[in-house]
Structure formats: structure tokens, C-alpha cells
Design a protein around this ligand. Structure first.
Ligand SMILES: [Zn+2]
Length: 235
């Protein structure tokens, strides 16, 4: 389904690299299928591989306590999972959890370290991406504090849809509760409100965006701010 969309057939960071550097990078990579719910890193855990998503989506979650987590960022084919490696750190601060199944290119941490040292186009791409990811995380922090669950859910659905290049995806209430940092009842309430307005359809863990334009209007301003930053960096 996703392969039909040309935007979802490559990782944009890798694809934007000069041909020679890109070819060299590819030899160190292997494609890997990531499954919904798979954990790539735990907080304070080692980073054994970096991942360049192609048509999957990875959520970055910070642990509040033993039971509760909150999403602070998401990475699709615009980015890389394992950014601490580009800063010389081999340990993750967050949990990296696959929230949309699909393919990624992965590279062993040691290989990445060696490649990053000598590949200036990879350095430039990742410094730029690091700035974008930091901006996304900062905006998400403000969003989590100031915006209502319904507007945050709308923002989150749009960001997910953009990165998966799909209007329909799997999503459990439990996962959403962890993502948005609200109780399951809060998730049900927010999703029901969007459903009543006919912006989405939500049944049996499957979400479908019915009216994207109106969903954008229902989302908080954070969606536009993050998207504009992203678009201007890729222009
Ligand atoms: Zn917001």
C-alpha cells in the first residue's frame, strides 16, 4: 500500500546525500522490518544500531515513572533514530518505540561512528536534522503543557499521517494514552469528539482520517509550526 507513494520509498536524509557518499552509506546498511510496538532503545540503554526509517514511524518516549511515558518526538523518513550517536553518545535518553510498522535501513553503531567521522555530507545532514528534531521536541514540550487533549490528538494524527504517508493506521488506546500523557478515558473523549465532528473514524484500533483540512483546523498551532520548520529545511 505504502510503496505506491514515491515519498515513502526512501529515507530523505540518505536520498539527499551526494551519490558517491550515498552509495558508500548503503553498503553499511541492511534493510530491516520493524513491527508495531517493537522497542529499539530503552532509556539509559545502549544504541547498537541507528535506523533510517523508510516507511515506518518511530516514537520517542520519555519515562515519567515506572508506568507512565510521554511522547516527546517522532521520527519518520525525514530523519534518523539514534541521534545521540551523531553527538558522540552511545546511550539513549528515551525509549524508541515503533508506532508504525514498515522498513528501515539500519547500520551498526560502530560502523556509523566510523562513517560519520569521515562523511561531511552525512555530518551536515544530521546536524541540520538534529536542529529540526530539537525544535520538534521543544514544541511538543510546550504543546503537552498548554494544549487540550483534542487539539493535541488532532496534531498527533496529522504528524503521524505525514510521516507514514497514509490516512489510515493502527492505533490502540493504550498506546495513545502513553503518547499523549492522558488517561485512557481522556483518549476516548478526545477521539470521540473528533469522530462526532466526522474528522476521523476510529474503530477496533484502526484510525482513518476522513477530513484532513478540518482536522488541521481542529489541531493546535504546533502542527503548523513543526511542519513549516520541516518544509523550510527541505526546501
Ligand atoms: Zn500544541
Amino acid at each position: 500500500m505504502l510503496a505506491a507513494n514515491p515519498l515513502s520509498t526512501a529515507n530523505l536524509l540518505l536520498a539527499a546525500m551526494p551519490r558517491q557518499a550515498y552509495q558508500r552509506m548503503l553498503t553499511g546498511h541492511e534493510p530491516v522490518e520493524l513491527d508495531y510496538g517493537q522497542v529499539l532503545y530503552e532509556p539509559k540503554g545502549p544504541i547498537r544500531y541507528v535506523y533510517f526509517p523508510i516507511d515506518c514511524l518511530v516514537s520517542l518516549l520519555t519515562a515519567v515513572d515506572e508506568r507512565r511515558t510521554l511522547e516527546v518526538g517522532m521520527v519518520g523518513n525525514e530523519g534518523m533514530v539514534g541521534m545521540p550517536m551523531a553527538l558522540g553518545i552511545g546511550v539513549s535518553a528515551v525509549r524508541a518505540l515503533v508506532q508504525g510498522s514498515g522498513t528501515a535501513m539500519r547500520m551498526k553503531a560502530a560502523r556509523f561512528r566510523a562513517e560519520f567521522k569521515k562523511n561531511t555530507s552525512l555530518q551536515r545532514a544530521l546536524f541540520r536534522y538534529n536542529h529540526l528534531l530539537m525544535a520538534q521536541i521543544s514544541q511538543t514540550a510546550a504543546c503537552n503543557r498548554f494544549h487540550e487533549a483534542e487539539a493535541r490528538l488532532a496534531r498527533w494524527l496529522l504528524m503521524t499521517s505525514d510521516r507514514l504517508h497514509a490516512n489510515e493506521f493502527l492505533l490502540t488506546q493504550e498506546f495513545l494514552a502513553h503518547t499523549l500523557g492522558v488517561r485512557r478515558e481522556g483518549v476516548t473523549k478526545a477521539a470521540s469528539a473528533l469522530q462526532r465532528k466526522k474528522l476521523i473514524d476510529y474503530s477496533r484500533g484502526n484510525i482513518k482520517i476522513l477530513n484532513r483540512k478540518r482536522l488541521e483546523a481542529a489541531a493546535c498551532t504546533c502542527y503548523r509550526i513543526i511542519k513549516n520548520l520541516q518544509d523550510s529545511a527541505q526546501a
